[in-house]
Design a protein around this ligand. Structure first.
Ligand SMILES: C[S@@+](CC[C@H](N)C(=O)[O-])C[C@H]1O[C@@H](n2cnc3c(N)ncnc32)[C@H](O)[C@@H]1O
Length: 212
């Protein structure tokens, strides 16, 4: 099996089990914001046997084209791709989603908010989640975060969790682990070769419930 087959297999098995364990709702509406290649969108589609609506949003058109093409090949009709906005806000109405997924989205040097885009993303999650809706965050690169004063700051899961609780969410303890898929698609690693599925980094999925 090549690594892409193994990733597809993960979406149908472990990935789907993770999403199903996070969300116990019939016919859910899900947002995977900054979806990249859409691995968590596909895992969501499989988690609910496609009896769900998944919005896969990204600012990169190539990501959306890739997802549409793969969904076509795999006969998946419940994923809708959406173009993201530079300001990380979106046009979905208040109270739309049962689950919002932010996988590998919170670190970095982004320009508009000088690395503090996560606060806008948390506001958008709070606004667009239904009452009791779930926010699933898979953070990587914790050493490359910025604190509220925009200073580079090494984060821990605890520090990030406390911050998210302060943004109006209740933490739900779990021991779920997600995968850092970056190396699967990065041109640098594609050219270098040698990346195996088992060598991909795994990290904790932080799960929260929207509190009133
Ligand atoms: C590190 S990748 C994570 C991809 C995916 N969530 C995963 O876990 O594999 C970050 C993604 O966020 C997207 N992105 C960056 N800025 C964005 C924005 N303002 N709105 C939507 N997506 C954005 C990038 O195009 C990229 O696909």
């Amino acid at each position: 099996m090549n690594i892409f087959d193994e990733v597809n297999n993960w979406e149908k098995t472990e990935g789907a089990e993770i999403i199903a364990s996070i969300l116990d709702v019939k016919d859910p509406v899900i947002l995977d914001y900054g979806c990249g290649a859409g691995n968590y969108s596909f895992a969501s589609a499989y988690a609910f046997n496609q009896k769900c609506k998944v919005y896969a949003a990204d600012i990169n058109r190539q990501c959306l084209d890739h997802i549409n093409e793969k969904a076509g090949k795999e006969n998946i009709c419940c994923i809708t791709t959406v173009m993201g906005r530079e300001d990380y806000r979106h046009d979905f109405e208040d109270g739309t989603f049962d689950l919002v997924i932010y996988a590998d989205m919170f670190h970095g040097e982004e320009k508009i908010y000088n690395g503090l885009h996560r606060f806008v993303m948390l506001e958008e999650a709070k606004r667009t989640l239904k009452e009791g809706g779930i926010l699933a965050i898979l953070p990587f690169h914790l050493s490359n975060f910025r604190d509220k004063d925009k200073k580079k700051c090494k984060y821990t899961y605890k520090k990030l969790t406390d911050e998210i609780i302060g943004s109006g969410f209740k933490y739900i303890d779990n021991d779920l682990q997600g995968i850092h898929f970056e190396k699967v698609y990065s041109p640098y690693y594609l050219q270098k070769g040698g990346v195996t599925f088992d060598s991909l980094e795994r990290g904790r999925i932080l799960v929260f419930k929207k509190s009133i």
